[in-house]
Design a protein around this ligand. Structure first.
Ligand code: COA
Ligand code: AMP
Length: 638
């Protein structure tokens, strides 16, 4: 039996013993006596009576072990021409001072703190400072517009918000403070105070009595010690797109998170303490939480905080420069980043300028990795390129083709096999198990392993309705796909209203709510349209109210502005098509899937329940008119 088979079987047949053993690999103030238990609501939780501190694991333990001089964090910012390294001792000083300042302002265990920051070291300090004193952080991606930030403020009710005067997007300075002010204005809940990192590229105007400059905030602060917290206490809330305008507050607890990340770095990413790990993502996404901040630091690695893009900062050799300069051993990014490099430098000329021999493996996730991108990257780099699958809810990989000392067994197009702890099944719509190669809903048999969401923040009912009630005894992932005869998982895409734009998870349901709010719109459907660079981009089909006259171009312009203003430029909303009607079933359900099939030029089957098949011809015609470059396929009538 391979190492993988041994571990996998043990994790499924005897999860308590398996995860008790893994828990021994981290340091606890009190090792848990209860490994797996259930709440009154019936939800599973891990290590209920354990006591620990995540910041201690990420920093203090390494300093105490004599590794204080090891580099913990490298800030590399091609957009500001800055580079800075922090040893574990220096990181401790920054984090404990900030934590002390927070305590002095009355922030205590359980208080929420929103972090709305660009990719600067203070963002990492802030996350770790919260963890140190048991405060619960909620990082909001800096590319989100005020409306999105306001929704999160109203849900998390933070006593404090930490932000910066600006972020830099290639050569544009994005002033964050006016966005923050607008969000606080829009939110019903008001934070007590904000802390603003003043960056030299743009200085923010501070509001007397509410805003404090970061440097003033930490001046004279006494360093705070780590506060022991319960394993089941929340470390953070990370909002992610669901099917409606209200994002879901994914909760992460301390104990399961620490054990799961340690396990993943040891057995999946296979990185050793002292080595360099680089996740080229953003602290606003789960990848940033798990693999820029917490995971690599807990493992005693050097982690890289990169404030740049794969291209144009300054060129398509940007990633190779970082790998060479910081001697990166293992890297993680989204396939879209590879596609961006490929688009500008298909034959990899830029690579010749750098020595990337330190790099052992490149991991890709966040969206589907198309086979062409997989081959391009692996041929160019000559190392294993590893697609793996997970989501904000899981917090760490659920499926991967690597484990321990086994050789990576990669099948291009598949994200690999279930990771130990994840009992992955494919089910039909009645919840019956499917046989190999049959496509259906991807679900996970409960209990989920440590590290996965225990529930949604203050919303047990939505946790049940979103994930648990479809198939009793299973967690519904929201993805569709199939397992082959060797248990390799092939992801075919989301089965709900979530789309993935350049690795950013967004809700078309939320966009529909906004588009419907336009005064000329009677009804609409927003779908994800295939895009060569970004994987998907949104496309709106709009039915106008009777008697309204507005041109298609004008409508597209209006909606583009609307989505930019309310969600953010990151949604890349640029396309709208006017149609007379939307295809629906006789019971009135909009047939979004068929619209997606038509738009992506895929073969599709017209369901017998369709109200009027002729509408599909109108959809074809409308798309042709907009010249979206679609190669239409034939229709089959069922
Ligand atoms: N703050 C403010 N604005 C942001 C932002 C941020 N953090 N991130 C993106 N934006 C804005 C951009 O400025 C751009 O605005 P514009 O339309 O006014 O030009 C818009 O959002 C789209 O940004 P982006 O998708 O980054 O487009 P791009 O053309 O600049 O770059 C890629 C394309 C593929 C290079 C880029 O999307 C990329 O690096 N993707 C990888 C994503 C990733 O790592 N995802 C994490 C999942 S693991
Ligand atoms: P997020 O929660 O933002 O990490 O997005 C998670 C979603 O991204 C998943 O549910 C999938 O739809 C998609 N995704 C992530 N990784 C992969 C992958 N390797 N292959 C296919 N889809 C992926």
């Amino acid at each position: 039996m391979s190492v993988y088979q041994t571990y996998y079987r043990e994790s499924i047949e005897n999860p308590e013993q398996f995860w008790a053993e893994q828990a021994r690999k981290i340091t606890w103030y009190k090792f848990p006596e209860t490994i797996l238990s259930r709440t009154r609501a019936g939800f599973y939780r891990w290590y209920e009576d354990g006591l620990l501190n995540t910041c201690f694991l990420a920093i203090d333990q390494h300093v105490a072990a004599g590794c204080g001089d090891r580099v913990a964090l490298i800030y590399d910012s091609p957009v500001t021409y800055q580079k800075k390294s922090y040893t574990y001792s220096e990181l401790l000083e920054h984090v404990s001072t900030l934590a002390g300042a927070m305590q002095a302002k009355g922030i205590v265990r359980g208080d929420r703190v929103v972090i709305y920051m660009p990719m600067i070291p203070e963002a990492v300090f802030a996350m770790l400072a919260c963890a140190r004193i048991g405060a619960v952080h909620s990082v909001v991606f800096g590319g989100f517009a005020p409306h999105e930030l306001a929704i999160r403020i109203d849900d998390a009710k933070p006593r404090m918000i930490i932000s910066a005067s600006c972020g830099i997007e290639i050569d544009k300075t994005i002033e964050y403070k006016p966005l923050l002010d607008e969000a606080i204005e829009q939110a019903i809940f008001k934070p007590e105070f904000t802390v603003i990192v003043q960056r030299e590229m743009a200085t923010a105007t501070l509001q007397e009595g509410r805003d404090i400059a970061y440097t003033d905030f930490i001046r004279n602060a006494q360093p705070a010690e780590c506060v022991p917290v319960r394993a089941i206490d929340p470390l953070y809330i990370l909002y992610t797109s669901g099917t409606t305008g209200k994002p879901k507050g994914i909760l992460r607890d301390h104990g399961g998170h620490a054990v799961a990340l340690q396990f993943s770095l040891e057995y999946l990413y296979q990185i050793q303490p002292g080595e360099v790990f680089w996740a080229a993502s953003d602290v606003g996404w789960v990848v940033g939480h798990s693999y820029i901040v917490y995971g690599p630091l807990m493992r005693g690695c050097t982690t890289i905080l990169y404030e740049g893009k794969p291209v144009r900062t300054p060129d398509a050799g940007a990633f190779w420069r970082v790998i060479d300069e910081h001697k990166v051993n293992v890297m993680f990014t989204a396939p879209t980043a590879m596609r961006a490099i490929k688009k500008e430098d298909d034959d990899g000329k830029n690579l010749q300028r750098y020595d990337i021999s330190s790099l052992r493996r490149l991991f890709l996730a966040g969206e589907r990795c198309d086979v062409a991108t997989y081959y391009w990257a692996s041929n160019l780099l000559g190392i294993p390129v590893i697609d793996h699958w997970w989501q904000t809810e899981s917090g760490w990989p659920m499926v991967a083709p690597v484990f321990g000392t086994d050789q990576p067994a990669i099948i291009p197009g598949s994200a690999g096999k279930p990771v130990p702890g994840f009992d992955i099944r494919t089910l039909n719509e009645n919840g019956d198990p499917l046989i190999a190669n049959q496509e259906g809903f991807i679900a996970i048999k409960l209990p989920l392993p440590p590290g996965c969401l225990p529930t949604l923040y203050k919303d047990d009912a939505r946790f049940v309705s979103s994930y648990l009630e479809h198939f009793p005894g299973y967690y519904l992932t929201g993805d569709g796909g199939y397992l082959d005869e060797n248990n390799y998982l092939f992801i075919m895409g989301r089965v709900d209203d979530v789309i993935n734009v350049a690795g950013h998870r967004l809700s078309t349901g939320e966009m529909e709510e906004m588009v419907s709010g336009h005064k000329a719109v009677a009804e609409c459907a927003v779908i994800g349209m295939a895009d060569e660079l970004r994987g998907q981009v949104p496309l709106a089909f709009v039915v106008l109210k009777d008697g309204i006259s507005i041109s298609e171009d004008e409508m597209e312009k209006d909606l583009t502005q609307l989505i930019r203003k309310n969600i953010g430029a990151v949604a890349c909303f640029k396309n709208a098509v006017l149609v007379k009607r939307l295809p629906k079933t006789r019971s009135g359900k909009i047939l979004r899937r068929i619209m997606r099939n038509i738009t992506d030029g895929e073969h599709y089957v017209v369901p017998s329940t369709i109200d009027d098949p002729y509408i599909l011809t109108e959809i074809h015609d409308a798309l042709k008119r907009r010249a979206l470059g679609i190669a239409f396929k034939t229709i089959t009538l069922s």
